[in-house]
Design a protein around this ligand. Structure first.
Ligand SMILES: C[S@@+](CC[C@H](N)C(=O)[O-])C[C@H]1O[C@@H](n2cnc3c(N)ncnc32)[C@H](O)[C@@H]1O
Length: 315
Protein backbone atom coordinates (compact mmCIF):
# COMPACT_ATOMS: atom_id res chain seq x y z
CA UNK A 1 0.00 0.00 0.00
CA UNK A 2 1.00 3.62 -0.27
CA UNK A 3 4.11 5.15 1.21
CA UNK A 4 4.04 8.24 3.41
CA UNK A 5 5.67 11.54 2.66
CA UNK A 6 6.57 14.66 4.57
CA UNK A 7 6.41 18.35 3.91
CA UNK A 8 8.22 19.24 0.66
CA UNK A 9 11.10 20.88 2.57
CA UNK A 10 11.93 17.51 4.11
CA UNK A 11 11.90 15.62 0.83
CA UNK A 12 15.33 14.32 -0.17
CA UNK A 13 16.11 13.27 -3.73
CA UNK A 14 16.31 9.49 -3.65
CA UNK A 15 19.75 7.91 -3.80
CA UNK A 16 20.07 4.70 -5.80
CA UNK A 17 19.33 1.91 -5.23
CA UNK A 18 16.84 2.94 -2.53
CA UNK A 19 13.87 4.48 -4.28
CA UNK A 20 11.54 6.77 -2.41
CA UNK A 21 8.93 7.46 -5.03
CA UNK A 22 6.68 9.29 -2.64
CA UNK A 23 9.50 11.26 -1.12
CA UNK A 24 9.90 9.99 2.44
CA UNK A 25 9.90 6.90 4.60
CA UNK A 26 7.08 4.48 4.12
CA UNK A 27 3.59 4.94 5.40
CA UNK A 28 3.86 1.40 6.70
CA UNK A 29 6.70 2.50 8.93
CA UNK A 30 4.72 5.51 10.14
CA UNK A 31 1.83 3.26 11.16
CA UNK A 32 4.12 0.80 12.96
CA UNK A 33 6.30 3.33 14.63
CA UNK A 34 3.37 5.38 15.81
CA UNK A 35 1.93 2.25 17.36
CA UNK A 36 5.22 1.41 19.04
CA UNK A 37 5.64 4.97 20.26
CA UNK A 38 8.61 5.94 18.10
CA UNK A 39 8.55 9.18 16.20
CA UNK A 40 8.84 9.65 12.48
CA UNK A 41 11.89 11.84 13.12
CA UNK A 42 13.53 9.00 15.04
CA UNK A 43 12.88 6.73 12.10
CA UNK A 44 14.40 9.25 9.66
CA UNK A 45 17.48 9.48 11.82
CA UNK A 46 17.80 5.71 11.78
CA UNK A 47 17.47 5.84 7.99
CA UNK A 48 20.34 8.33 7.74
CA UNK A 49 22.78 6.25 9.75
CA UNK A 50 21.96 2.98 7.97
CA UNK A 51 24.10 2.13 4.92
CA UNK A 52 22.28 2.39 1.59
CA UNK A 53 22.34 -1.30 0.70
CA UNK A 54 21.02 -2.27 4.12
CA UNK A 55 18.33 0.41 3.82
CA UNK A 56 17.05 -1.16 0.59
CA UNK A 57 16.73 -4.61 2.08
CA UNK A 58 15.29 -3.36 5.39
CA UNK A 59 12.74 -1.31 3.46
CA UNK A 60 11.74 -4.44 1.60
CA UNK A 61 11.54 -6.53 4.77
CA UNK A 62 9.56 -3.83 6.47
CA UNK A 63 7.08 -3.48 3.60
CA UNK A 64 6.62 -7.24 3.40
CA UNK A 65 6.12 -7.45 7.18
CA UNK A 66 3.53 -4.71 6.99
CA UNK A 67 1.47 -6.47 4.33
CA UNK A 68 1.82 -9.79 6.13
CA UNK A 69 0.36 -8.21 9.26
CA UNK A 70 -2.45 -6.56 7.28
CA UNK A 71 -3.34 -9.99 5.89
CA UNK A 72 -3.26 -11.52 9.36
CA UNK A 73 -5.48 -8.75 10.76
CA UNK A 74 -8.19 -9.25 8.11
CA UNK A 75 -9.54 -12.52 9.47
CA UNK A 76 -13.00 -12.08 7.99
CA UNK A 77 -11.72 -11.49 4.47
CA UNK A 78 -13.19 -8.00 4.27
CA UNK A 79 -10.26 -6.77 2.27
CA UNK A 80 -9.58 -8.20 -1.17
CA UNK A 81 -8.30 -4.87 -2.51
CA UNK A 82 -5.74 -2.47 -1.06
CA UNK A 83 -5.78 0.52 -3.38
CA UNK A 84 -7.19 4.05 -3.25
CA UNK A 85 -9.71 3.53 -6.01
CA UNK A 86 -10.88 5.41 -9.06
CA UNK A 87 -14.14 7.25 -9.76
CA UNK A 88 -15.10 8.75 -13.10
CA UNK A 89 -15.55 12.50 -13.31
CA UNK A 90 -17.97 14.22 -15.63
CA UNK A 91 -17.18 13.25 -19.20
CA UNK A 92 -14.99 10.23 -18.23
CA UNK A 93 -15.59 6.86 -19.84
CA UNK A 94 -18.50 4.84 -18.39
CA UNK A 95 -17.82 2.59 -15.43
CA UNK A 96 -18.19 -1.13 -15.35
CA UNK A 97 -21.43 -2.97 -14.43
CA UNK A 98 -20.72 -5.28 -11.49
CA UNK A 99 -22.42 -8.18 -9.73
CA UNK A 100 -24.17 -7.15 -6.50
CA UNK A 101 -21.54 -8.82 -4.28
CA UNK A 102 -18.79 -6.78 -5.92
CA UNK A 103 -20.39 -3.37 -5.33
CA UNK A 104 -18.64 -3.01 -1.96
CA UNK A 105 -15.31 -2.80 -3.80
CA UNK A 106 -16.56 -0.69 -6.69
CA UNK A 107 -13.94 2.07 -6.48
CA UNK A 108 -10.99 -0.29 -6.10
CA UNK A 109 -12.35 -2.37 -8.98
CA UNK A 110 -12.74 0.75 -11.13
CA UNK A 111 -9.03 1.49 -10.69
CA UNK A 112 -8.23 -1.96 -12.06
CA UNK A 113 -10.76 -1.51 -14.83
CA UNK A 114 -9.23 1.82 -15.85
CA UNK A 115 -5.71 0.38 -15.87
CA UNK A 116 -6.38 -3.03 -17.42
CA UNK A 117 -9.11 -2.31 -19.95
CA UNK A 118 -6.74 -0.10 -21.96
CA UNK A 119 -5.96 -3.26 -24.00
CA UNK A 120 -8.05 -6.15 -25.21
CA UNK A 121 -6.65 -8.88 -22.97
CA UNK A 122 -8.51 -11.77 -24.56
CA UNK A 123 -6.13 -14.54 -25.64
CA UNK A 124 -3.20 -12.96 -23.77
CA UNK A 125 -1.04 -14.21 -20.91
CA UNK A 126 -1.06 -11.60 -18.15
CA UNK A 127 1.20 -11.25 -15.11
CA UNK A 128 0.10 -9.02 -12.25
CA UNK A 129 2.99 -7.87 -10.05
CA UNK A 130 1.98 -6.76 -6.54
CA UNK A 131 -1.43 -8.46 -6.68
CA UNK A 132 -1.97 -8.12 -2.93
CA UNK A 133 -5.08 -10.02 -1.85
CA UNK A 134 -6.02 -10.83 -5.41
CA UNK A 135 -9.28 -8.91 -5.87
CA UNK A 136 -7.92 -7.13 -8.94
CA UNK A 137 -6.57 -10.31 -10.54
CA UNK A 138 -9.90 -12.09 -9.98
CA UNK A 139 -11.80 -9.14 -11.46
CA UNK A 140 -9.55 -8.93 -14.54
CA UNK A 141 -9.79 -12.68 -15.13
CA UNK A 142 -13.58 -12.68 -14.84
CA UNK A 143 -14.38 -9.52 -16.79
CA UNK A 144 -11.51 -9.04 -19.25
CA UNK A 145 -10.88 -12.73 -19.95
CA UNK A 146 -7.18 -13.10 -20.68
CA UNK A 147 -5.96 -16.60 -21.59
CA UNK A 148 -4.17 -16.76 -18.24
CA UNK A 149 -3.51 -14.44 -15.32
CA UNK A 150 -0.73 -15.03 -12.81
CA UNK A 151 -0.71 -12.86 -9.68
CA UNK A 152 2.58 -12.36 -7.86
CA UNK A 153 3.20 -10.73 -4.50
CA UNK A 154 6.07 -11.00 -2.05
CA UNK A 155 3.75 -11.19 0.97
CA UNK A 156 3.32 -14.95 1.48
CA UNK A 157 0.17 -14.53 3.59
CA UNK A 158 -1.49 -12.48 0.85
CA UNK A 159 -0.68 -15.23 -1.67
CA UNK A 160 -2.00 -17.92 0.69
CA UNK A 161 -5.20 -15.87 1.00
CA UNK A 162 -5.44 -15.58 -2.81
CA UNK A 163 -5.15 -19.37 -3.15
CA UNK A 164 -8.06 -19.84 -0.72
CA UNK A 165 -10.25 -16.99 -1.94
CA UNK A 166 -10.01 -16.76 -5.72
CA UNK A 167 -10.53 -19.85 -7.83
CA UNK A 168 -11.11 -19.50 -11.55
CA UNK A 169 -9.78 -21.45 -14.52
CA UNK A 170 -6.64 -19.74 -15.83
CA UNK A 171 -6.06 -17.75 -12.62
CA UNK A 172 -3.06 -18.61 -10.46
CA UNK A 173 -0.97 -16.96 -7.77
CA UNK A 174 2.65 -17.23 -6.80
CA UNK A 175 4.94 -15.69 -4.24
CA UNK A 176 7.67 -13.58 -5.81
CA UNK A 177 9.62 -10.36 -5.67
CA UNK A 178 8.97 -7.61 -8.23
CA UNK A 179 12.71 -7.06 -8.51
CA UNK A 180 13.44 -10.74 -9.17
CA UNK A 181 10.44 -12.26 -10.90
CA UNK A 182 10.29 -16.07 -10.76
CA UNK A 183 9.56 -16.51 -14.48
CA UNK A 184 11.51 -17.32 -17.64
CA UNK A 185 12.31 -14.66 -20.23
CA UNK A 186 9.47 -13.70 -22.59
CA UNK A 187 6.72 -15.56 -20.69
CA UNK A 188 3.94 -12.94 -20.79
CA UNK A 189 2.13 -10.65 -23.22
CA UNK A 190 1.09 -8.11 -20.59
CA UNK A 191 2.32 -7.08 -17.13
CA UNK A 192 -0.19 -5.30 -14.89
CA UNK A 193 1.03 -3.25 -11.92
CA UNK A 194 -1.45 -1.34 -9.74
CA UNK A 195 -0.44 0.81 -6.77
CA UNK A 196 2.53 -1.33 -5.86
CA UNK A 197 5.69 0.02 -7.51
CA UNK A 198 6.07 2.84 -4.97
CA UNK A 199 7.05 0.12 -2.47
CA UNK A 200 9.99 -1.21 -4.47
CA UNK A 201 13.47 -0.13 -3.43
CA UNK A 202 14.57 -0.02 -7.09
CA UNK A 203 12.13 0.92 -9.83
CA UNK A 204 14.94 0.28 -12.35
CA UNK A 205 15.29 -3.36 -11.28
CA UNK A 206 11.52 -3.85 -11.48
CA UNK A 207 11.34 -2.36 -14.98
CA UNK A 208 14.28 -4.49 -16.15
CA UNK A 209 12.40 -7.56 -14.89
CA UNK A 210 9.21 -6.46 -16.65
CA UNK A 211 11.08 -6.07 -19.93
CA UNK A 212 12.77 -9.46 -19.43
CA UNK A 213 9.52 -11.41 -18.83
CA UNK A 214 7.54 -9.62 -21.58
CA UNK A 215 7.42 -11.07 -25.06
CA UNK A 216 8.55 -8.74 -27.87
CA UNK A 217 5.96 -6.00 -28.33
CA UNK A 218 4.38 -6.85 -24.95
CA UNK A 219 2.74 -4.24 -22.72
CA UNK A 220 3.06 -2.86 -19.21
CA UNK A 221 -0.20 -1.50 -17.79
CA UNK A 222 0.84 0.66 -14.89
CA UNK A 223 -0.93 2.85 -12.30
CA UNK A 224 0.63 4.30 -9.15
CA UNK A 225 1.23 7.22 -6.83
CA UNK A 226 4.16 9.56 -7.26
CA UNK A 227 5.03 12.63 -5.23
CA UNK A 228 4.89 15.87 -7.18
CA UNK A 229 8.10 16.17 -9.16
CA UNK A 230 8.84 12.44 -9.21
CA UNK A 231 6.90 11.91 -12.45
CA UNK A 232 9.83 13.24 -14.50
CA UNK A 233 12.10 10.71 -12.87
CA UNK A 234 9.59 7.97 -13.69
CA UNK A 235 9.50 9.01 -17.35
CA UNK A 236 13.28 8.78 -17.48
CA UNK A 237 13.23 5.33 -15.87
CA UNK A 238 10.66 4.10 -18.39
CA UNK A 239 12.72 5.37 -21.28
CA UNK A 240 15.94 3.86 -19.92
CA UNK A 241 14.18 0.51 -19.57
CA UNK A 242 13.20 0.61 -23.24
CA UNK A 243 9.48 1.07 -22.67
CA UNK A 244 7.60 3.27 -25.11
CA UNK A 245 4.78 5.44 -23.76
CA UNK A 246 1.57 4.61 -25.65
CA UNK A 247 -0.79 6.36 -23.24
CA UNK A 248 -0.30 8.56 -20.19
CA UNK A 249 -3.01 9.89 -17.91
CA UNK A 250 -3.03 11.85 -14.67
CA UNK A 251 -5.81 10.25 -12.62
CA UNK A 252 -5.26 11.93 -9.23
CA UNK A 253 -8.61 13.82 -9.49
CA UNK A 254 -10.37 10.49 -10.07
CA UNK A 255 -8.57 8.92 -7.13
CA UNK A 256 -9.51 11.86 -4.89
CA UNK A 257 -13.13 11.53 -5.98
CA UNK A 258 -13.02 7.82 -5.09
CA UNK A 259 -11.55 8.66 -1.68
CA UNK A 260 -14.45 11.07 -1.10
CA UNK A 261 -17.09 8.56 -2.15
CA UNK A 262 -15.58 5.61 -0.27
CA UNK A 263 -14.60 7.39 2.94
CA UNK A 264 -17.68 6.46 5.01
CA UNK A 265 -17.41 2.77 4.13
CA UNK A 266 -13.72 2.59 5.03
CA UNK A 267 -14.30 4.50 8.25
CA UNK A 268 -17.06 2.11 9.31
CA UNK A 269 -14.89 -0.90 8.47
CA UNK A 270 -11.96 0.39 10.50
CA UNK A 271 -14.22 1.22 13.47
CA UNK A 272 -15.84 -2.21 13.45
CA UNK A 273 -12.83 -4.40 12.63
CA UNK A 274 -9.54 -2.78 13.68
CA UNK A 275 -8.11 -2.91 17.22
CA UNK A 276 -8.63 0.52 18.88
CA UNK A 277 -4.88 1.14 19.10
CA UNK A 278 -4.51 0.93 15.34
CA UNK A 279 -7.58 2.87 14.25
CA UNK A 280 -6.10 6.37 13.91
CA UNK A 281 -3.15 5.09 11.91
CA UNK A 282 -5.34 2.96 9.69
CA UNK A 283 -7.69 5.88 8.99
CA UNK A 284 -4.66 7.77 7.67
CA UNK A 285 -3.33 4.75 5.81
CA UNK A 286 -6.71 4.28 4.13
CA UNK A 287 -6.79 8.03 3.36
CA UNK A 288 -10.26 8.58 4.76
CA UNK A 289 -11.40 12.19 4.48
CA UNK A 290 -9.39 14.87 6.31
CA UNK A 291 -6.44 12.64 7.18
CA UNK A 292 -2.90 13.73 6.18
CA UNK A 293 -2.75 11.23 3.30
CA UNK A 294 -6.12 12.40 1.96
CA UNK A 295 -4.81 15.98 2.16
CA UNK A 296 -1.77 15.04 0.06
CA UNK A 297 -4.08 14.03 -2.76
CA UNK A 298 -6.35 17.03 -2.23
CA UNK A 299 -3.53 19.56 -2.36
CA UNK A 300 -1.76 17.90 -5.29
CA UNK A 301 1.31 16.96 -3.24
CA UNK A 302 0.71 13.43 -4.49
CA UNK A 303 -0.02 12.61 -8.08
CA UNK A 304 -1.46 9.41 -9.45
CA UNK A 305 -0.38 8.34 -12.91
CA UNK A 306 -1.56 5.70 -15.32
CA UNK A 307 0.46 4.48 -18.28
CA UNK A 308 0.18 2.05 -21.16
CA UNK A 309 3.76 1.14 -22.14
CA UNK A 310 5.12 -1.12 -24.81
CA UNK A 311 8.34 -3.10 -24.94
CA UNK A 312 10.50 -2.38 -27.97
CA UNK A 313 10.26 -5.00 -30.69
CA UNK A 314 7.51 -6.34 -32.88
CA UNK A 315 4.66 -8.40 -31.39
C1 LIG B 1 -1.09 -1.07 -1.96
S1 LIG B 1 -0.94 -2.80 -2.14
C2 LIG B 1 -1.81 -2.99 -3.65
C3 LIG B 1 -2.27 -4.39 -3.86
C4 LIG B 1 -3.14 -4.59 -5.10
N1 LIG B 1 -2.45 -4.18 -6.30
C5 LIG B 1 -4.43 -3.82 -4.97
O1 LIG B 1 -4.58 -2.78 -5.65
O2 LIG B 1 -5.29 -4.24 -4.19
C6 LIG B 1 0.76 -3.01 -2.65
C7 LIG B 1 1.15 -4.46 -2.83
O3 LIG B 1 2.47 -4.53 -3.36
C8 LIG B 1 3.12 -5.64 -2.76
N2 LIG B 1 4.58 -5.45 -2.87
C9 LIG B 1 5.34 -4.47 -2.34
N3 LIG B 1 6.63 -4.65 -2.65
C10 LIG B 1 6.71 -5.77 -3.42
C11 LIG B 1 7.77 -6.47 -4.06
N4 LIG B 1 9.03 -6.05 -3.96
N5 LIG B 1 7.47 -7.57 -4.78
C12 LIG B 1 6.18 -8.01 -4.89
N6 LIG B 1 5.14 -7.40 -4.29
C13 LIG B 1 5.39 -6.29 -3.57
C14 LIG B 1 2.64 -5.61 -1.32
O4 LIG B 1 2.85 -6.84 -0.64
C15 LIG B 1 1.18 -5.27 -1.52
O5 LIG B 1 0.39 -6.41 -1.64
Amino acid sequence: MPNGTHAPAEVERPEEPVQRHTGGQTLQSRVFFRVFGLTVRGLKLLGRVTPRRRRASSLKRFTRGFYQVLSLADRRANMVFMNYGYAPLEGSPATVALDAGEERDRYCIQLYHRAASALDLRGRDVLEVGCGRGGGAAFVMKYLQPRSLTGVDFAGRAIAFCHRQHRQPGLSFRRGDAEKLPFANESFDVVLNVESSHCYPSMERFLAEVVRVLRPGGYLLFADIRAQGFREQLLEQLEQAGLIVIEEEQIAPNVLRALDLDSERKLALIESEAPPLLRASLRDFAAVKDTPIYERFRTGEWEYVRFVLQKNGRA
